[in-house]
Design a protein around this ligand. Sequence first.
Ligand SMILES: Cc1cc2nc3c(=O)[nH]c(=O)nc-3n(C[C@H](O)[C@H](O)[C@H](O)COP(=O)(O)OP(=O)(O)OC[C@H]3O[C@@H](n4cnc5c(N)ncnc54)[C@H](O)[C@@H]3O)c2cc1C
Length: 391
Amino acid sequence: MTQNIDAILAAARHHCNETIRPEVERWNQHRQWPRHASDKAAALGLTGLYAPAEWGGQALPLGEGIRVYEELGKGDGAYAFALSMHNICTYAVCGFGTDALKNAWARDLTTGRKLANFSLTEPQSGSDAATMYTQARINGDGYWVISGAKAWVSLAGEADIYLTVVKTSDAPGHKDMAMIAIPKGAKGLSFGPRYDTPSYNFLPVGEMYLDNVMVPPENIILPIGKGLQGSLMAIDIARVSIAAGCCGLMEAALDMALSYTKNRRMFGAAALDLDGIQWMLGEVSTDLEASRLLYRAAANALGTLDGPLLAAHAKRFVPDAAVKAANICTQAMGGMGLLSSYGMDRLSRLAQMLRIVDGTTEVSRVVIGRALKKRAASLPDVEVPRGFGQT
Ligand SMILES: Cc1cc2nc3c(=O)[nH]c(=O)nc-3n(C[C@H](O)[C@H](O)[C@H](O)COP(=O)(O)OP(=O)(O)OC[C@H]3O[C@@H](n4cnc5c(N)ncnc54)[C@H](O)[C@@H]3O)c2cc1C
Protein backbone atom coordinates (compact mmCIF):
# COMPACT_ATOMS: atom_id res chain seq x y z
CA MET A 1 0.00 0.00 0.00
CA THR A 2 1.33 3.46 -0.85
CA GLN A 3 2.09 5.99 1.88
CA ASN A 4 2.24 9.77 1.68
CA ILE A 5 5.53 11.61 1.93
CA ASP A 6 5.10 12.49 5.61
CA ALA A 7 4.64 8.83 6.50
CA ILE A 8 7.64 7.83 4.35
CA LEU A 9 9.85 10.49 5.94
CA ALA A 10 8.77 9.34 9.41
CA ALA A 11 9.65 5.76 8.37
CA ALA A 12 13.08 6.88 7.12
CA ARG A 13 13.70 8.76 10.39
CA HIS A 14 12.72 5.64 12.34
CA HIS A 15 15.05 3.50 10.21
CA CYS A 16 17.89 5.93 10.81
CA ASN A 17 17.40 6.08 14.59
CA GLU A 18 16.57 2.44 15.21
CA THR A 19 18.81 0.67 12.71
CA ILE A 20 21.49 2.77 10.97
CA ARG A 21 22.83 4.87 13.85
CA PRO A 22 23.08 2.09 16.43
CA GLU A 23 24.57 -0.42 13.98
CA VAL A 24 26.75 1.43 11.47
CA GLU A 25 30.03 1.03 13.38
CA ARG A 26 29.40 -2.72 13.57
CA TRP A 27 28.60 -2.89 9.85
CA ASN A 28 31.89 -1.19 9.09
CA GLN A 29 33.80 -3.63 11.31
CA HIS A 30 32.13 -6.64 9.67
CA ARG A 31 32.80 -5.25 6.18
CA GLN A 32 29.57 -6.71 4.89
CA TRP A 33 26.47 -5.19 3.35
CA PRO A 34 23.78 -5.26 6.10
CA ARG A 35 21.08 -7.10 4.15
CA HIS A 36 18.94 -7.36 7.28
CA ALA A 37 18.93 -3.53 7.39
CA SER A 38 17.96 -3.09 3.74
CA ASP A 39 15.23 -5.71 4.36
CA LYS A 40 13.95 -3.50 7.17
CA ALA A 41 14.12 -0.45 4.89
CA ALA A 42 12.12 -2.44 2.33
CA ALA A 43 9.45 -3.34 4.89
CA LEU A 44 9.07 0.39 5.58
CA GLY A 45 8.54 1.17 1.87
CA LEU A 46 11.98 2.71 1.24
CA THR A 47 13.03 0.47 -1.68
CA GLY A 48 10.34 1.42 -4.19
CA LEU A 49 10.06 5.17 -3.65
CA TYR A 50 9.31 6.32 -7.20
CA ALA A 51 7.96 3.09 -8.72
CA PRO A 52 4.24 2.94 -9.59
CA ALA A 53 1.80 1.42 -7.11
CA GLU A 54 0.86 -1.32 -9.59
CA TRP A 55 4.37 -2.72 -9.16
CA GLY A 56 4.36 -2.32 -5.39
CA GLY A 57 6.09 1.09 -5.29
CA GLN A 58 5.23 4.23 -3.36
CA ALA A 59 4.65 6.29 -6.54
CA LEU A 60 6.23 9.38 -4.97
CA PRO A 61 7.24 12.28 -7.23
CA LEU A 62 11.04 12.66 -7.37
CA GLY A 63 10.83 16.07 -5.70
CA GLU A 64 9.29 14.44 -2.62
CA GLY A 65 10.94 11.01 -2.51
CA ILE A 66 14.46 12.43 -2.61
CA ARG A 67 13.95 13.93 0.85
CA VAL A 68 14.23 10.38 2.24
CA TYR A 69 18.02 10.56 1.72
CA GLU A 70 18.30 13.56 3.99
CA GLU A 71 16.85 11.40 6.75
CA LEU A 72 19.01 8.37 5.93
CA GLY A 73 22.10 10.59 5.50
CA LYS A 74 21.84 11.56 9.18
CA GLY A 75 22.76 7.93 9.84
CA ASP A 76 25.19 7.14 7.03
CA GLY A 77 25.76 8.74 3.62
CA ALA A 78 27.07 5.57 1.96
CA TYR A 79 24.02 3.58 3.02
CA ALA A 80 21.79 6.42 1.76
CA PHE A 81 23.73 6.43 -1.54
CA ALA A 82 23.30 2.66 -2.05
CA LEU A 83 19.55 2.81 -1.43
CA SER A 84 19.26 5.82 -3.73
CA MET A 85 21.01 3.89 -6.51
CA HIS A 86 18.64 0.95 -5.95
CA ASN A 87 15.60 3.23 -6.08
CA ILE A 88 16.72 4.92 -9.30
CA CYS A 89 17.36 1.54 -10.95
CA THR A 90 13.96 0.30 -9.78
CA TYR A 91 12.35 3.42 -11.25
CA ALA A 92 14.17 2.74 -14.54
CA VAL A 93 13.06 -0.91 -14.67
CA CYS A 94 9.41 0.07 -14.01
CA GLY A 95 9.52 3.07 -16.35
CA PHE A 96 11.59 1.80 -19.28
CA GLY A 97 11.74 -2.00 -18.89
CA THR A 98 9.93 -4.40 -21.22
CA ASP A 99 6.81 -6.13 -19.88
CA ALA A 100 8.80 -9.36 -19.52
CA LEU A 101 11.51 -7.63 -17.46
CA LYS A 102 8.95 -5.88 -15.27
CA ASN A 103 7.07 -9.13 -14.67
CA ALA A 104 10.32 -10.85 -13.71
CA TRP A 105 11.88 -8.13 -11.55
CA ALA A 106 9.72 -5.12 -10.67
CA ARG A 107 7.99 -6.49 -7.57
CA ASP A 108 11.15 -8.07 -6.21
CA LEU A 109 12.91 -4.71 -6.55
CA THR A 110 10.18 -2.50 -5.07
CA THR A 111 9.86 -4.85 -2.12
CA GLY A 112 13.63 -4.97 -1.66
CA ARG A 113 13.78 -8.76 -1.99
CA LYS A 114 16.28 -8.02 -4.76
CA LEU A 115 18.74 -5.10 -4.96
CA ALA A 116 19.90 -3.26 -8.08
CA ASN A 117 23.09 -1.51 -9.23
CA PHE A 118 23.88 0.94 -12.03
CA SER A 119 27.18 0.22 -13.84
CA LEU A 120 28.64 2.91 -16.08
CA THR A 121 32.18 3.57 -14.85
CA GLU A 122 35.10 1.54 -16.25
CA PRO A 123 38.74 1.42 -15.22
CA GLN A 124 39.72 3.87 -18.00
CA SER A 125 36.52 5.92 -18.05
CA GLY A 126 35.10 7.75 -15.04
CA SER A 127 34.29 11.42 -15.67
CA ASP A 128 34.92 10.85 -19.37
CA ALA A 129 32.15 8.26 -19.62
CA ALA A 130 32.00 8.35 -23.42
CA THR A 131 35.36 6.52 -23.55
CA MET A 132 33.92 3.31 -22.08
CA TYR A 133 34.36 0.17 -24.14
CA THR A 134 32.31 -2.71 -22.65
CA GLN A 135 30.65 -4.03 -25.75
CA ALA A 136 27.51 -5.97 -26.63
CA ARG A 137 26.94 -7.72 -29.91
CA ILE A 138 23.59 -9.13 -30.88
CA ASN A 139 23.67 -12.78 -31.98
CA GLY A 140 21.45 -14.54 -34.52
CA ASP A 141 18.77 -15.27 -31.86
CA GLY A 142 18.60 -11.61 -30.81
CA TYR A 143 20.49 -12.29 -27.56
CA TRP A 144 22.98 -9.69 -26.35
CA VAL A 145 26.48 -11.05 -25.76
CA ILE A 146 28.48 -8.69 -23.55
CA SER A 147 32.21 -8.53 -22.81
CA GLY A 148 34.24 -5.95 -20.91
CA ALA A 149 34.91 -4.66 -17.40
CA LYS A 150 33.22 -2.18 -15.11
CA ALA A 151 34.91 -0.39 -12.21
CA TRP A 152 33.64 1.13 -8.97
CA VAL A 153 30.60 -1.11 -8.96
CA SER A 154 28.71 -0.46 -5.72
CA LEU A 155 26.99 -3.44 -4.10
CA ALA A 156 29.33 -5.52 -6.28
CA GLY A 157 28.32 -9.17 -5.89
CA GLU A 158 25.58 -8.16 -3.44
CA ALA A 159 23.11 -6.61 -5.88
CA ASP A 160 20.92 -9.08 -7.73
CA ILE A 161 20.75 -7.15 -11.02
CA TYR A 162 23.18 -4.71 -12.74
CA LEU A 163 21.82 -2.04 -15.09
CA THR A 164 24.86 -1.91 -17.31
CA VAL A 165 25.75 0.64 -19.97
CA VAL A 166 27.27 -0.97 -23.08
CA LYS A 167 28.53 0.01 -26.49
CA THR A 168 27.22 -1.84 -29.50
CA SER A 169 29.90 -1.01 -32.07
CA ASP A 170 33.54 0.02 -32.37
CA ALA A 171 32.60 3.57 -33.33
CA PRO A 172 33.91 6.20 -30.91
CA GLY A 173 31.39 8.35 -29.01
CA HIS A 174 28.06 7.56 -27.42
CA LYS A 175 25.63 7.15 -30.33
CA ASP A 176 25.79 3.34 -30.11
CA MET A 177 25.33 3.06 -26.35
CA ALA A 178 22.50 1.14 -24.69
CA MET A 179 21.61 -0.01 -21.18
CA ILE A 180 20.81 -3.62 -20.39
CA ALA A 181 19.89 -5.42 -17.16
CA ILE A 182 22.25 -8.28 -16.24
CA PRO A 183 21.20 -10.65 -13.45
CA LYS A 184 23.89 -11.61 -10.92
CA GLY A 185 23.70 -15.29 -11.85
CA ALA A 186 24.38 -14.72 -15.57
CA LYS A 187 27.06 -17.07 -16.93
CA GLY A 188 30.33 -15.21 -17.55
CA LEU A 189 29.66 -12.48 -14.94
CA SER A 190 32.21 -12.26 -12.11
CA PHE A 191 33.53 -9.77 -9.57
CA GLY A 192 37.06 -8.78 -8.56
CA PRO A 193 38.27 -8.33 -5.00
CA ARG A 194 36.53 -5.47 -3.25
CA TYR A 195 38.38 -2.15 -3.13
CA ASP A 196 40.04 -1.41 0.20
CA THR A 197 38.21 1.82 1.15
CA PRO A 198 39.18 3.84 4.26
CA SER A 199 35.61 3.92 5.58
CA TYR A 200 32.09 2.89 4.47
CA ASN A 201 33.52 -0.65 4.54
CA PHE A 202 30.08 -2.25 4.64
CA LEU A 203 29.48 -1.11 1.06
CA PRO A 204 31.14 -3.61 -1.28
CA VAL A 205 32.70 -1.67 -4.18
CA GLY A 206 34.84 -3.33 -6.84
CA GLU A 207 35.18 -4.40 -10.44
CA MET A 208 32.77 -6.45 -12.49
CA TYR A 209 33.98 -8.60 -15.37
CA LEU A 210 31.85 -9.67 -18.30
CA ASP A 211 33.05 -12.55 -20.40
CA ASN A 212 30.56 -13.28 -23.20
CA VAL A 213 27.63 -12.77 -20.83
CA MET A 214 24.44 -13.66 -22.70
CA VAL A 215 21.24 -11.73 -21.94
CA PRO A 216 17.84 -11.96 -23.68
CA PRO A 217 16.56 -8.93 -25.64
CA GLU A 218 13.72 -8.39 -23.13
CA ASN A 219 16.37 -7.21 -20.62
CA ILE A 220 16.88 -3.97 -22.55
CA ILE A 221 16.27 -0.85 -20.48
CA LEU A 222 17.51 1.83 -22.89
CA PRO A 223 17.79 1.05 -26.61
CA ILE A 224 20.83 1.69 -28.79
CA GLY A 225 21.45 5.43 -29.03
CA LYS A 226 19.81 6.25 -25.69
CA GLY A 227 22.29 4.61 -23.30
CA LEU A 228 24.33 7.65 -22.33
CA GLN A 229 21.51 10.17 -22.51
CA GLY A 230 19.33 7.98 -20.26
CA SER A 231 22.23 7.41 -17.88
CA LEU A 232 22.77 11.15 -17.56
CA MET A 233 19.10 11.58 -16.62
CA ALA A 234 19.54 8.90 -13.95
CA ILE A 235 22.73 10.59 -12.77
CA ASP A 236 20.89 13.91 -12.37
CA ILE A 237 18.49 12.19 -9.96
CA ALA A 238 21.48 10.59 -8.24
CA ARG A 239 23.26 13.96 -7.91
CA VAL A 240 20.32 15.54 -6.15
CA SER A 241 19.94 12.45 -3.94
CA ILE A 242 23.60 12.77 -2.94
CA ALA A 243 23.03 16.44 -2.07
CA ALA A 244 20.07 15.41 0.10
CA GLY A 245 22.20 12.78 1.87
CA CYS A 246 24.89 15.42 2.45
CA CYS A 247 22.34 17.63 4.24
CA GLY A 248 21.67 14.74 6.61
CA LEU A 249 25.42 14.35 7.14
CA MET A 250 25.81 18.09 7.88
CA GLU A 251 22.99 17.95 10.39
CA ALA A 252 24.56 14.92 12.11
CA ALA A 253 27.95 16.71 12.32
CA LEU A 254 26.38 19.93 13.62
CA ASP A 255 24.28 18.15 16.24
CA MET A 256 27.30 16.22 17.50
CA ALA A 257 29.35 19.44 17.78
CA LEU A 258 26.49 21.24 19.56
CA SER A 259 25.91 18.34 21.97
CA TYR A 260 29.60 18.29 22.84
CA THR A 261 30.40 22.01 23.00
CA LYS A 262 27.41 22.85 25.19
CA ASN A 263 28.98 20.61 27.88
CA ARG A 264 32.70 21.26 27.37
CA ARG A 265 33.86 23.88 29.88
CA MET A 266 36.66 26.27 29.01
CA PHE A 267 37.56 29.76 30.26
CA GLY A 268 34.87 29.48 32.91
CA ALA A 269 31.95 28.76 30.58
CA ALA A 270 30.69 26.29 28.00
CA ALA A 271 32.66 26.17 24.75
CA LEU A 272 29.39 26.97 23.00
CA ASP A 273 29.23 30.26 24.92
CA LEU A 274 32.36 31.48 23.09
CA ASP A 275 31.56 33.76 20.16
CA GLY A 276 34.21 32.05 18.05
CA ILE A 277 32.63 28.60 18.48
CA GLN A 278 29.17 30.02 17.76
CA TRP A 279 30.49 31.67 14.60
CA MET A 280 32.07 28.45 13.39
CA LEU A 281 28.93 26.43 13.98
CA GLY A 282 26.74 29.28 12.75
CA GLU A 283 28.47 29.12 9.38
CA VAL A 284 27.74 25.40 9.18
CA SER A 285 24.13 26.11 10.07
CA THR A 286 23.79 28.71 7.27
CA ASP A 287 25.41 26.33 4.77
CA LEU A 288 22.97 23.62 5.82
CA GLU A 289 19.95 25.88 5.31
CA ALA A 290 21.24 26.99 1.89
CA SER A 291 22.02 23.38 0.90
CA ARG A 292 18.54 22.22 1.85
CA LEU A 293 16.90 24.94 -0.22
CA LEU A 294 19.16 24.17 -3.17
CA TYR A 295 18.68 20.40 -3.25
CA ARG A 296 14.92 20.72 -2.82
CA ALA A 297 14.71 23.24 -5.68
CA ALA A 298 16.85 20.89 -7.81
CA ALA A 299 14.65 17.92 -6.88
CA ASN A 300 11.52 19.80 -7.93
CA ALA A 301 13.18 20.75 -11.25
CA LEU A 302 14.06 17.15 -12.23
CA GLY A 303 12.38 16.24 -15.49
CA THR A 304 12.19 19.89 -16.58
CA LEU A 305 14.62 21.82 -18.79
CA ASP A 306 16.19 23.37 -15.66
CA GLY A 307 16.78 19.95 -14.06
CA PRO A 308 20.34 19.15 -15.21
CA LEU A 309 21.73 22.60 -14.35
CA LEU A 310 20.11 22.74 -10.92
CA ALA A 311 21.31 19.17 -10.23
CA ALA A 312 24.84 20.32 -11.13
CA HIS A 313 24.54 23.33 -8.81
CA ALA A 314 23.37 21.05 -5.99
CA LYS A 315 26.12 18.47 -6.60
CA ARG A 316 28.76 21.19 -6.78
CA PHE A 317 27.71 23.14 -3.71
CA VAL A 318 26.32 20.70 -1.16
CA PRO A 319 29.03 17.99 -0.90
CA ASP A 320 31.65 20.77 -0.64
CA ALA A 321 29.59 22.32 2.16
CA ALA A 322 29.41 18.88 3.81
CA VAL A 323 33.22 18.48 3.73
CA LYS A 324 33.55 21.95 5.27
CA ALA A 325 30.87 21.17 7.88
CA ALA A 326 32.54 17.91 8.94
CA ASN A 327 35.91 19.70 9.28
CA ILE A 328 34.55 22.69 11.21
CA CYS A 329 32.49 20.53 13.56
CA THR A 330 35.54 18.32 14.24
CA GLN A 331 37.62 21.42 14.94
CA ALA A 332 35.00 22.81 17.33
CA MET A 333 35.33 19.65 19.42
CA GLY A 334 39.12 19.93 19.71
CA GLY A 335 41.01 16.67 20.26
CA MET A 336 37.83 14.79 21.11
CA GLY A 337 36.60 15.42 17.57
CA LEU A 338 39.35 13.08 16.38
CA LEU A 339 38.27 10.10 18.48
CA SER A 340 36.42 7.38 16.58
CA SER A 341 33.68 7.13 19.19
CA TYR A 342 32.30 10.56 18.20
CA GLY A 343 32.12 9.52 14.54
CA MET A 344 33.38 12.81 13.04
CA ASP A 345 36.19 11.17 11.06
CA ARG A 346 33.64 8.81 9.48
CA LEU A 347 31.55 11.82 8.45
CA SER A 348 34.60 13.58 6.91
CA ARG A 349 35.47 10.54 4.82
CA LEU A 350 31.87 10.08 3.73
CA ALA A 351 31.61 13.74 2.70
CA GLN A 352 34.74 13.42 0.56
CA MET A 353 33.38 10.24 -1.05
CA LEU A 354 30.11 12.04 -1.82
CA ARG A 355 32.06 14.77 -3.67
CA ILE A 356 33.24 12.10 -6.13
CA VAL A 357 30.47 9.57 -6.61
CA ASP A 358 27.83 10.15 -9.34
CA GLY A 359 29.92 12.82 -11.07
CA THR A 360 32.59 14.82 -9.30
CA THR A 361 32.34 18.42 -8.13
CA GLU A 362 34.56 19.41 -11.07
CA VAL A 363 32.27 17.74 -13.60
CA SER A 364 29.38 19.74 -12.13
CA ARG A 365 31.50 22.85 -12.62
CA VAL A 366 31.92 21.88 -16.27
CA VAL A 367 28.11 21.61 -16.65
CA ILE A 368 27.65 25.00 -14.95
CA GLY A 369 30.42 26.54 -17.09
CA ARG A 370 28.69 25.38 -20.29
CA ALA A 371 25.42 26.95 -19.13
CA LEU A 372 27.23 30.21 -18.37
CA LYS A 373 28.70 30.28 -21.88
CA LYS A 374 25.24 29.76 -23.34
CA ARG A 375 23.88 32.60 -21.21
CA ALA A 376 26.78 34.84 -22.24
CA ALA A 377 25.98 34.19 -25.90
CA SER A 378 22.45 35.51 -25.35
CA LEU A 379 23.63 38.72 -23.64
CA PRO A 380 24.45 41.98 -25.44
CA ASP A 381 28.13 42.42 -26.30
CA VAL A 382 30.19 44.69 -24.10
CA GLU A 383 33.08 46.23 -25.95
CA VAL A 384 36.58 45.12 -24.98
CA PRO A 385 38.88 48.13 -25.63
CA ARG A 386 41.38 47.82 -28.45
CA GLY A 387 44.61 46.23 -27.31
CA PHE A 388 42.88 44.36 -24.42
CA GLY A 389 42.62 41.04 -26.33
CA GLN A 390 39.29 40.78 -28.15
CA THR A 391 37.88 37.32 -29.14
C1 LIG B 1 32.42 4.83 -3.40
C2 LIG B 1 32.14 4.94 -4.86
C3 LIG B 1 31.09 4.20 -5.41
C4 LIG B 1 30.85 4.28 -6.80
N1 LIG B 1 29.83 3.52 -7.32
C5 LIG B 1 29.62 3.52 -8.67
C6 LIG B 1 28.62 2.67 -9.25
O1 LIG B 1 27.92 1.93 -8.56
N2 LIG B 1 28.48 2.68 -10.61
C7 LIG B 1 29.24 3.47 -11.42
O2 LIG B 1 29.05 3.46 -12.64
N3 LIG B 1 30.20 4.29 -10.89
C8 LIG B 1 30.41 4.33 -9.54
N4 LIG B 1 31.39 5.13 -8.99
C9 LIG B 1 32.29 5.86 -9.90
C10 LIG B 1 32.17 7.35 -9.85
O3 LIG B 1 31.02 7.78 -10.51
C11 LIG B 1 33.49 7.89 -10.46
O4 LIG B 1 34.49 7.68 -9.47
C12 LIG B 1 33.41 9.35 -10.82
O5 LIG B 1 32.58 9.52 -11.94
C13 LIG B 1 34.81 9.93 -11.14
O6 LIG B 1 35.50 9.14 -12.03
P1 LIG B 1 37.02 8.72 -11.70
O7 LIG B 1 37.04 8.18 -10.30
O8 LIG B 1 37.47 7.83 -12.78
O9 LIG B 1 37.84 10.06 -11.69
P2 LIG B 1 38.51 10.74 -12.98
O10 LIG B 1 37.49 10.82 -14.06
O11 LIG B 1 39.80 10.07 -13.25
O12 LIG B 1 38.80 12.21 -12.43
C14 LIG B 1 39.99 12.58 -11.74
C15 LIG B 1 39.89 14.04 -11.35
O13 LIG B 1 39.78 14.85 -12.53
C16 LIG B 1 38.68 15.74 -12.34
N5 LIG B 1 38.10 16.13 -13.62
C17 LIG B 1 37.38 15.36 -14.46
N6 LIG B 1 37.01 16.07 -15.55
C18 LIG B 1 37.51 17.31 -15.38
C19 LIG B 1 37.46 18.51 -16.15
N7 LIG B 1 36.84 18.56 -17.33
N8 LIG B 1 38.10 19.60 -15.68
C20 LIG B 1 38.74 19.55 -14.49
N9 LIG B 1 38.82 18.45 -13.71
C21 LIG B 1 38.20 17.35 -14.15
C22 LIG B 1 37.72 14.96 -11.48
O14 LIG B 1 36.80 15.82 -10.86
C23 LIG B 1 38.66 14.32 -10.48
O15 LIG B 1 38.97 15.24 -9.48
C24 LIG B 1 31.64 5.11 -7.62
C25 LIG B 1 32.68 5.86 -7.04
C26 LIG B 1 32.92 5.78 -5.69
C27 LIG B 1 34.04 6.61 -5.10
